[in-house]
Design a protein around this ligand. Structure first.
Ligand code: ADP
Length: 399
């Protein structure tokens, strides 16, 4: 049978259709700029001869319902999904599951209500994720819908990791605590790392680093998340493309008192104008390397600060775990940026982390070991695959 994975954003729907026999991708694509005069529809699929085909279209798509209908029509037209009864499940990415969801969950009315109640915790993401679920329930009433939460993997964190040192009633009555994100990715690479280490996941201690436009680090003990760098929102932790990560909260008071910054201005500043873009004006790491090579000091500083913050988290999580089997890099930067890997792991041979220069800089895009053979802690590069993880978890939840 087949599994459809949907990632619904405020003006986009991304999809992948998997075969649940061998987890091959039968088709994938996106509808973007929903609600604009011309939305963009892109899809690729494997035809009956096994050849990859692609198609692009521009036309008005009024909302998520319209968008999903077009995706289904496209899948039927190219023969990837002849009939909806071929679908075993639809897996939905949902950003915030709060404390309610520890695992992928088959959607019913109660689940819809709880996801709705999480909206204040993720106002930019959960409304669109919920929209996708509601439309899919309408269009495929007989197919189980499964919500897979970015926060779920981190629900194993102990209180010492997830609580903030602020008065208790703010946690109890207002749910102010650390939740963590990118859980599907951290979980996926942790499982792949266990397979590469040839150990059961339950015996693996790992530091997983998801470094994309958003970035987070997770400490995994015995296969479960015990700490992660993102907090109540995805703003805390590592330096990201446009987000500042860890910052002294008193800077907010200073800026509001002395520069008159209101909440919206602070939100824009810290979420959209900070991080790499704030330090050097650019958020694409490839471009930052080019600028640094040309002598741009701010670009060099952006790389240096990124690696410095990463190293602090690697060291902190090492201390927290006590014993580490592997440090795992994933995400666009983690998978491709040999310099960031080298600089964030540099000087850590005392901790048993020894990168192999040749392996680390090899032009390779698959799963690989980039530490020296004798390094007690392995350093692994593992391309993430959140869609595949959502598809698998959706099938497990239905089973
Ligand atoms: P998203 O969080 O949007 O999914 P990605 O995981 O695709 O992001 O990562 C995007 C980041 O990865 C960008 O900063 C991009 O510059 C960086 N990146 C992609 N390829 C490379 C590369 N070859 N070298 C360095 N950085 C790269």
């Amino acid at each position: 049978m087949k599994v459809l994975v949907l990632n619904s954003g405020s003006s986009s729907i991304k999809f992948q259709l998997f075969s649940d026999d061998d987890w091959t991708v039968l088709a994938s694509g996106s509808v973007t700029r929903i609600g604009e005069a011309q939305a963009r529809i892109e899809r690729s699929w494997v035809d009956t001869h096994g050849e990859l085909q692609t198609a692009k279209d521009s036309l008005a798509v009024s909302g998520h319902r319209d968008g999903l209908e077009r995706i289904i029509a496209g899948l039927q037209e190219c023969g990837s999904l002849a009939d909806l009864s071929e679908l075993r499940a639809v897996g939905h990415r949902v950003v915030h599951g709060g404390e309610a969801f520890h695992a992928p969950t088959v959607v019913d009315d109660d689940v819809v209500e709880v996801v709705r109640r999480m909206i204040p915790l993720a106002p930019l993401h959960n409304p669109a994720n919920l929209d996708g679920i509601l439309v899919a329930r309408e269009l495929f009433p007989d197919v189980p819908q499964v919500a897979v939460f970015d926060t779920a993997f981190h629900q194993t964190m102990p209180r010492t990791s997830y609580r903030y040192a602020i008065p208790e009633y703010l946690y109890r009555e207002h749910r102010v605590r650390r939740y963590g994100f990118h859980g599907t990715s951290h979980h996926y690479v942790a499982k792949r790392a266990a397979a590469m280490l040839r150990k059961p996941l339950e015996h693996c201690n790992l530091i997983t680093l998801h470094l994309g436009n958003g970035a987070s680090a997770t400490a995994v003990r015995d296969g479960t998340s015990v700490d992660t760098s993102m907090g109540m929102t995805p703003l805390e932790g590592l330096i990201m493309g446009t987000r500042c990560g860890d910052i002294d909260p008193a800077i907010h008071f200073y800026l509001s008192k002395n520069l008159g910054f209101d909440n919206q201005t602070l939100d824009d500043l810290l979420n959209r104008q900070s991080g790499l873009v704030g330090i050097c004006g650019v958020n694409d790491m490839r471009e930052i390397h080019r600028l640094a090579e040309q002598g741009d000091e701010n670009a060099e500083l952006a790389i240096g600060m990124t690696c410095h913050r990463l190293k602090k988290y690697i060291g902190g999580y090492y201390a927290e775990l006590g014993r580490v089997d592997a440090v795992v890099f994933t995400g666009g930067i983690g998978e491709n940026d040999a310099e960031v890997r080298a600089r964030s792991c540099g000087g850590l041979t005392g901790l048993g982390i020894a990168l192999d220069e040749t392996r680390n800089s090899a032009d390779d895009s698959g799963e690989r070991v980039v530490s020296r053979p004798e390094s007690p802690v392995k350093v692994l590069v593992i391309p993430t695959n959140e869609e595949l993880e959502i598809a698998r978890q959706a099938v497990e939840a239905v089973a």
